[in-house]
Design a binder for this molecule. Structure first.
Ligand code: SAH
Ligand code: SF4
Length: 431
């Protein structure tokens, strides 16, 4: 979501005559887009800001002005604290207000002084109404269709930083998709914090779900790959599961975060699914499309998690055999219910559990990657590799794949026979 948001901010600034620089030293304007999901992500901002201040001072010595802005969820959560900790920041804008940056920059220019203001409203109108039209920046594009969250998992800051759920209207999404396709996108990944609870209005004002939107997207000429992320297990409807059987361009890879394999912990997390519900959904998905493979997010060391609870998470991994996953130590986020729960788990135990879980997850990832050796996979080539003549792309399963091929194939899909596989990537030869 932040990658998408950053690219929309860049679109807006490009329209104002800004250009991207290769080095921060050359930049008159530096904007940090921030994540508040875990403590580590939020703290990173302040070390990055420290470095930016040094550059700002160096530039000032040469008579050059530098405007520093911070946007995103850290602003929403820290509010005025940002300017207290980093008074040299010129402006700070929450994730639902970034369409205001253009006017803020204009005011800074006119007054030649910094705003010293933090913008953290949750406006009733959608920020999407104010953003300029975007173009594809490559063959793979993100497209935000839903924002915010009403689920209030007890560990999570998203409902507080991104606000309540909002779905963009169907026609607005399709218009953006058409624009992306006409400017080079072959693959579109529909985004939302809970993308599968999408309920945007169609042109007649009728609420439509994600299954409807996926079918509409699949009708667009020129689109070759479709994905959606991230989904909430309890919102996986039968209609959405059927899309994995019926929509040919829907990629056979789905991110469906389980978080924990223990029903007791899932309940304490306020997730609206238990392990059995989740496994039933996976079974239906595999029945709809036997090629489908799964990925997930996990949190270890949630308050009250015993060795037994943790062992159940490992059991679930052994059942689903995820081909990729993200796993994290539980991070105590101020203002969330879990932060004040008793039985907080010691850092040492969290660390041990994370290592055990990651080793198991990597084993399955490695096995799946190796099982691809000899297979021919369509690969969308997204960037140049380190070696001359090498391009890097993604398989339908989101694996990175390196291949020697003509550089004219950049941003195209070619068939590649997989020759080698490691835990993190594949390499192959063009067919
Ligand atoms: N809406 C998605 C997840 C969005 S947040 C869902 O419900 O699955 C992305 C991931 O960050 C979560 O899946 C979770 O695994 C992790 N996460 C969120 N809050 C966290 C916290 N306080 N500590 C550790 N990990 C956290
Ligand atoms: Fe956070 Fe996802 Fe839970 Fe919403 S559903 S509160 S985004 S983890």
């Amino acid at each position: 979501m932040n990658v998408y948001d950053s690219s929309r901010i860049a679109d807006m600034l490009r329209n104002q005559g800004y250009e991207e620089t290769a080095k921060q030293q050359d930049a008159e304007l530096v904007i940090f887009n921030t994540c508040h999901i875990r403590e580590k992500a939020a703290e990173k901002l302040f070390s990055d800001l420290g470095r930016a201040l040094l550059i700002k001072q160096e530039r000032a010595a040469e008579g050059k002005q530098t405007v520093i802005g911070v946007v995103g969820c850290v602003v929403q959560a820290e509010d005025e604290q940002i300017l207290k900790r980093a008074p040299f920041v010129d402006f700070a804008v929450g994730p639902l207000m970034y369409h205001t940056i253009k006017d803020i920059l204009q005011r800074i220019k006119e007054n030649k002084t910094h705003e010293g203001e933090v913008y953290t409203d949750f406006p009733a109108e959608s920020k999407f109404d104010y953003l300029p039209e975007n173009k594809a920046q490559g063959a793979c594009s993100y497209l935000a269709v839903q924002e915010g969250c009403n689920n209030f998992c007890t560990y999570c800051v998203v409902p507080y930083t991104r606000g309540v759920e909002y779905s963009r209207p169907v026609e607005e999404v399709l218009a953006e998709a058409k624009r992306l396709i006409s400017t080079g996108s072959l693959e579109i990944n529909l985004l939302g914090q809970n993308v599968n609870s999408y309920h945007g209005e169609d042109k007649n004002g009728k609420e439509r779900d994600l299954a409807y939107l996926l079918h509409k997207m699949a009708e667009l000429d020129g689109l070759q790959r479709l994905r959606y992320t991230t989904s909430y297990p309890a919102d996986m409807t039968d209609e959405l599961i059927d899309c994995h059987r019926d929509i040919k361009i829907l990629m056979p890879f789905l991110h469906l975060p389980l978080q924990s394999g223990s029903d007791k912990i899932l309940k304490a997390m306020n997730r609206r699914h238990n392990v059995e519900d989740y496994l039933r959904i996976i079974e239906k998905l595999y029945k709809a499309n036997s090629e489908l493979r799964m990925s997930s997010d996990f949190i270890v060391g949630f308050p009250g998690e015993t060795d037994e609870d943790f062992a159940k998470t490992l059991d679930a991994v052994n059942k689903v055999k995820y081909i990729q996953a993200f796993s994290f130590k539980y991070s105590r986020r101020p203002g969330t219910p879990a932060a004040v729960m008793e039985n907080q788990i010691e850092e040492k135990v969290k660390k041990e559990r994370l290592e055990i879980l990651q080793n198991l997850l990597f084993d399955y990832q490695d096995k799946f990657n190796k099982s691809c050796i000899g297979r021919v996979l369509p690969v969308l080539l997204e960037e140049k590799g380190r070696h001359k003549g090498q391009l890097i792309g993604r398989t339908p399963y989101m694996q990175n794949l390196h291949v020697e091929t003509n550089s004219a194939n950049l941003n195209k899909i070619i068939n590649v026979e997989v020759v080698e596989a490691t835990t993190n990537s594949l390499s192959g030869k063009e067919l």
